[in-house]
Structure formats: C-alpha cells, structure tokens
Design a protein around this ligand. Structure first.
Ligand SMILES: *Cc1c(COP(=O)(O)O)cnc(C)c1O
Length: 404
C-alpha cells in the first residue's frame, strides 16, 4: 500500500461518511427542459441554460457552419496560430454589446478569473472579495499572492471599512481591487453593485465584476446585472456556457486591460484557443439575445410563477423574498440545511422524473445545503406546476427546514 493509495481511500471514505460523496448522471441527446438522464426522460430544473439556447437549432447550425469552414480544433494558443476570424468576430461583438473598447475570449470562466487576477495582482496588492464569490475568483486571488481581504457576504460597510484603510505608505503604487460575483450562483441574490462602485470611486480602488449568471438574462437588453444596476466596472467578466448555451468566457475592459492580459494572463497565453465553432455558436446566441427580448420576459414570468407557488407552500425564506422585482434571477434556492436530508429530497424528486440539484458543502457553507432550482425561458407553466406539486408531496416546508 502506498501513501497515495491510503490517502485516496481514506479521503473517499470520509467524504462518503459525511454525505458529501458526489457522482455524475449521464445525459444523452439534447439539452432542454426535458432531457434523457441515465436513460429516462426527466424534467430539468438544474441547468444554467436560462434562455433555452443550448438546444436552439440556429445556434447549433452556426456551429456546424463554422465546423465545416474551420474544422474542429484551433490547434494552438491564440498568440501562436490559434486565433481564428470567428474568435475575432465574437470578441468584437462582445465588446460592442457590453459597451467596452475591447473583449478577450477565454476557454472558460475559471480560466478568465484565475488568469486575470493572477496577472493583475502582485504580492504588494490587495484583493477585497465577497466571501461567497465563485471558487475561480477565490483561487485566482490566492494564486496572485496579493493580500486577501475576505468580506462578509454583500456587506457594504465591511467593504467600506476595508477600503477606508490607507494605502500602505511603503507601497504607494499598491493596487486595491474589489472583486464580486454580480449574481451569486448558489443564492441567486444580486451584489450591491452601485454601492460597491461608489466605494471604489471614492477610494481609488478598481472594481471587477463576474456576471456569469446575469449576462444575457438580466436587464432590458440582457446586458446583465450591470445593466439593471447601471454601473460600469473596470473589469467585466461573463461566461458563454450559461445563458448563451455555448462555452467559454470573456473579460471586457479598456484597451490597456486587454492588451495587458494578452501579454500576461497565463491561463490564456498557455492554453489552446477554444474551437472556432464554439465562438460561432456564442456569436449566434448573442444575436438572439439582442433580437428576442421576449425570452427574458418569459423567463421572468416563470420565476414569478415558481416564487408564487413556492410561497404558497411555505418554502420561501426571507432571503428568497429579497429578490428585486425588476431583476428576477432564475436561481431559486430552497435552503434545507442538512446535507443528507437535502440529497434525500433531491432523490425523491428525481424518482418522480424531476431533476433539481441538491447542493452541499464545499459548494455552499456547512449547514446550508439546499435544493437549487434553476429556470429556463422554455419551461411551460404546466412544467413549473408539476415541480410545485412534486415539492408539496415531499412534505418539505420552511418550518421543517429550519428545525432540521
Ligand atoms: C460558472 C461560473 C464560473 C465559471 O465559468 P466556466 O465557464 O463554467 O468555467 C465563473 N464565475 C461564476 C460566478 C460562475 O457561476
């Protein structure tokens, strides 16, 4: 027996004992509100395909045309020979859509956040970050070696307090960067962006916003939480694998920001460029996001229907009720607390043919395991009602959740 073997088997046993063992279910065929999971048809309430574009034939046709013309792989990093006209066209469209001078395409949101933070921050700098930020912002911050100020969730005065400290006199050039998710992926709440932007402006700090769950979904034009809250961060990150139904991510910002990332973001420089066909798919989705605002209205109606029904069943918490009526996020968490109980409810829904993900630590803090319901513009009223009636049959209610 080797150290490696012992360590792996002991860790796996511990994960299992703590009810935190994770397994994958196999999807076959298209994504959509009905999907085939482990061979059976199932109503899908756990994907981030908020606008139903992952299965849109126009998007896959755009990808197929690019596959025909440009082949499969991009064969090299963008700085060598991997930068295709499809990538350029997408970057230009993203920059125009978000209203920034430039945008840079990354192969994933993970790579964008880690690459940008590591490139921008050095040991003498400070990262001021919400404690519930996505893991990629946390890891990028750690990797950078900058001082890491972890701020209680959405606590504006704690952010203000961290920013009120003067720059260390021995480091007059110290960069202070405030980084936050725009829409928190496991809670569905929106960061207090206008307040954070004002704080940054007052204290000569910079603001980085990750709008992975807002981009395409929120705002009249789908420009995300930053459109609803009317702010323009120095560094804007969003992903292409959620509401756009494609894959990858981008950073938008000034000319100099993007040129600097091209020189220094290691996850971009040392990584093969995404397939041109994926860029073509994302560009087609972006076109649909602009031309079909009715998808966003339909999604908002669906969120309202789910919230109303869940409220009647007594399932909503005070946190759910804080949702802003003009920016209904299609992520509705039902917090249960205990990991084993959460997974039991998720399994019982799955047995009824309804897939709602159970979310456990380390994705969420210990004691806050939850069902995470996500909605799509393509869900019908009848499908949402089926979810609500299945939830009522589980016997779940707020009082029970809190007592657990
Ligand atoms: C999903 C997500 C990411 C990671 O994006 P990928 O493209 O899936 O790697 C980053 N930030 C947030 C807030 C996310 O929700």
């Amino acid at each position: 027996m080797s150290v490696l073997h012992d360590r792996l088997s002991q860790s796996l046993q511990r994960i299992e004992r703590e009810d935190l063992y994770r397994v994958r279910r196999i999807i076959s065929g298209q994504h959509g509100t009905l999907i085939s999971v482990d061979g059976r048809e199932c109503l899908n309430f756990c994907s981030n395909d908020y606008l139903g574009l992952a299965g849109d034939p126009r998007v896959s046709q755009a990808a197929q045309r690019a596959l025909q013309s440009s082949g499969t792989g991009s064969t090299a990093s963008a700085l060598i020979s991997g930068y295709n006209a499809e990538h350029r066209a997408l970057e230009e469209k993203l920059a125009a859509f978000t209203g920034y001078p430039r945008a840079l395409l990354f192969s994933s949101g993970w790579a964008a956040n880690c690459g940008a933070l590591k490139a921008l921050l050095g040991k003498k700098d400070v990262l001021i970050a919400d404690e519930l930020n996505h893991a990629s912002l946390i890891d990028g911050g750690r990797l950078s070696g900058a001082r890491y100020e972890r701020i209680p969730h959405a606590n504006v005065s704690a952010f203000a307090e961290a920013l009120s400290r003067d720059r260390e006199p021995e480091h007059p050039e110290q960069l202070r960067l405030l980084a936050t998710d725009a829409v928190f992926s496991m809670d569905g709440d929106i960061a207090p962006l206008p307040q954070l932007a004002a704080l940054c402006a007052q204290s000569d700090a910079s603001l980085m916003v990750d709008d992975a769950h807002g981009f395409g979904v929120l705002g009249e034009h789908g420009r995300g939480a930053v459109e609803v809250q009317n702010i323009k961060p120095d560094i804007y990150v969003a992903t292409l694998g959620k509401s756009l139904g494609a894959s990858g991510a981008f950073v938008a910002g000034s000319e100099d920001l993007i040129e600097f990332l091209i020189q220094r973001a290691r996850s971009w420089v040392f990584s093969t460029a995404p397939p041109p066909a994926i860029a073509a798919a994302a560009r087609c989705s972006l076109q649909i996001i602009q031309s079909e605002p009715e998808r966003r209205s339909r999604l908002q109606q669906n969120v309202r229907r789910l919230m109303t029904g869940a409220r009647q069943l007594g399932l909503l918490s005070a946190q759910n009720e804080q949702a802003k009526p003009n920016a209904l996020v299609p992520i509705v968490p039902l917090i249960i607390g205990d990991a084993a109980q959460t997974m039991a409810v998720s399994r019982s829904l799955f047995e009824k043919g309804i897939w709602v993900a159970g979310i456990r630590p380390p994705t969420v803090p210990a004691g806050s395991s939850r069902l995470r319901i996500t909605l799509s513009a393509n869900h019908s009223d009848e499908q949402i009602d089926r979810l609500l009636s299945a939830l009522s049959e589980t016997g779940l209610n707020r009082a029970k959740c809190l007592a657990a």
